[in-house]
Design a protein around this ligand. Structure first.
Ligand SMILES: Cc1cc2nc3c(=O)[nH]c(=O)nc-3n(C[C@H](O)[C@H](O)[C@H](O)COP(=O)(O)OP(=O)(O)OC[C@H]3O[C@@H](n4cnc5c(N)ncnc54)[C@H](O)[C@@H]3O)c2cc1C
Length: 480
């Protein structure tokens, strides 16, 4: 029996018999859906606190849903209580004098980009604008503006958090600075953020962006990588490139570069001239309103498919890393066809000057001079879901291993990839899994948080000693 709605609760309390329940447990990735006992859609921090107390009183696990993009099920709960912030907590209010955006814990980046640009202001956010502010910021966060303004956590001014005890607190440089340090990079380990205060920056109305597509052959890739490597060495802060090795609509391997220049088309065509000179088979780059920038990739990653994600870091763009991946994609065309899977390896070339310009322990997020890569497998068909997931997981592991082996610059033992690309092997489905898998989980968290892990454990002991928040790379409380 699902627990009854707390008397003071003012939001929606959805049990499995409710008509809205099916959509409430659905996620961007179909395979991340779990059957919760109750989905709570709070309107206020007090509603969040009432939900936490109710779940804890009934001994039920808790999960928090922001934008719902975790493929690992980190915002879902099998048999537990989900706090879904996406229904009533999506507000964005901009204070133009203070250059701050007050953003609800369930907002997505489209909400922020559109509201900000009403005032010519923007901040570092996701490159796919239906992803959530909540998960992205708490896990570190990078985007097209990172070359100019650092990680999303570097632009977090303050947050309102409901903690495991049900207390609502403010975290900022002045208020609860330990908590403020911890939430900037440790995911959902410290509570429910009902509001983020994000620093905004003056942003020109239009930017130059789009994709150039090259045939997916090793010969072409070698030339593309030479140009990318030269561009990376120059590290231009107002630019970014995301490279995709994937299959085109014709089912053939393709090398796609998403280019971004924070300026006009005229300037952008000059800045990226070497890429255009290579003669792409397709060029969609053009000058667009800024608020459309992070929507350009949306069509490639629609809601409601099956997705598997796994990340890894490489030290820099390199042909030696990219070419084995392209070869693997090319030599397994029959497998992709049989499984109905589209494989993609994304290399996210975000210039490092700004992100690496502050002391390494500024935030819990472990900054390093590396490039984030993401292996993503996508498929539509619901048939044989388990078999496909198993196969896809094995393939992704091979691809990521290949990448990691190709790069001597990143320590293999601790190469977890970006924390926000956590795979389902890492996320715990319930408290028992987090606790019984303690040793293994702790090893993975130690690899991700590195020398920040002991400090995080101390802060965890203060704010969540009973491990209520355990769905991400779990931080185990320090023992006395
Ligand atoms: C298509 C796609 C594109 C992406 N692009 C980028 C990118 O450009 N840059 C980047 O940095 N990352 C990117 N990511 C990774 C992204 O940051 C993570 O998937 C992130 O977890 C998404 O957050 P969410 O709120 O949508 O997810 P959810 O599944 O809702 O949440 C993920 C985790 O965050 C927690 N959480 C969410 N909101 C809150 C909150 N308000 N309070 C407390 N905990 C909360 C959840 O409990 C869960 O543990 C991308 C992911 C996808 C799928």
């Amino acid at each position: 029996m699902p627990p009854d709605c707390p008397a003071s609760f003012g939001g929606d309390w959805l049990s499995p018999t409710d008509p809205s329940y099916a959509s409430a447990i659905s996620r961007w990735a179909k395979n991340a859906e779990r059957r919760a006992a109750v989905v709570s859609c709070p309107r206020t921090p007090e509603d969040v606190a009432a939900t936490i107390k109710c779940a804890r009183a009934h001994g039920l696990p808790l999960a928090v849903r922001g934008g719902g993009h975790s493929t690992a099920g980190a915002s879902s709960s099998a048999g537990g209580v989900v706090i879904d912030l996406s229904v009533y907590m999506r507000h964005v209010r901009v204070d133009t004098d203070a250059k701050l955006a007050y953003v609800g814990g369930g907002a997505v980046w489209k909400d922020v980009d559109e509201e900000g640009m009403k005032y010519g202001l923007a901040t570092v956010g996701g490159t796919v604008n239906h992803t959530g502010v909540g998960g992205l910021v708490l896990g570190g966060g990078f985007g097209h503006l990172s070359g100019e303004y650092g990680f999303a956590v570097d632009n977090l001014h303050a947050a309102t958090i409901v903690t495991a005890s049900g207390e609502t607190v403010r975290a900022s440089a002045e208020d609860n600075p330990d908590l403020f340090w911890a939430i900037r990079g440790s995911g959902c380990n410290f509570g429910v953020v009902t509001e983020f205060q994000l620093r905004m920056h003056r942003q020109r109305r239009t930017v130059f962006a789009g994709v150039v597509v090259y045939p997916g052959t090793v010969e072409v890739l070698e030339k593309v990588m030479q140009v990318v490597e030269g561009w990376w060495r120059a590290s231009p802060e107002r630019e970014s490139i995301i490279q995709f090795l994937t299959l085109g609509p014709d089912g053939k391997p393709a090398c796609v570069l998403a280019l971004f220049w924070n300026g006009s088309e005229e300037e952008g065509r000059v800045h990226f001239k070497p890429f255009f000179d290579l003669g792409p088979v397709m060029d969609t780059c053009t000058e667009i309103p800024y608020e459309q920038l992070n929507g350009l990739q949306n069509a490639q990653v629609p809601h409601g498919q099956h997705y598997y994600m796994k990340g890894a870091f490489v030290s820099a763009p390199a042909f030696r890393s990219a070419s084995p991946i392209l070869s693997y994609i090319t030599s397994n065309l029959d497998t992709w066809k049989e499984l109905g899977v589209t494989p993609t390896l994304a290399f996210e070339y975000i210039p490092l000057g700004k992100t690496m310009s502050v002391p390494l322990d500024t935030t819990a997020y472990m900054r390093a001079p590396v490039v984030s890569t993401l292996c993503m497998m996508a498929w539509r068909d619901d048939d044989e879901a388990e078999r496909k997931l198993e196969k896809v997981r094995a393939i992704a592991n091979v691809l990521v291993q290949t990448l990691v082996e190709s790069d001597a610059g990143v320590d293999k033992g601790t190469n977890t990839g970006y924390g926000n690309y956590l795979s389902e092997e890492v996320a715990a489905d319930d408290v028992t899994a987090a606790v019984t898998g303690e040793k293994e989980k702790a090893d993975k968290s130690l690899a991700l948080f590195g020398k920040h892990y002991p400090r995080l454990r101390e802060i965890k002991r203060k704010w969540d000693p009973e491990l209520v928040w355990n769905k991400w790379y779990v931080v185990l409380p320090a023992t006395a």
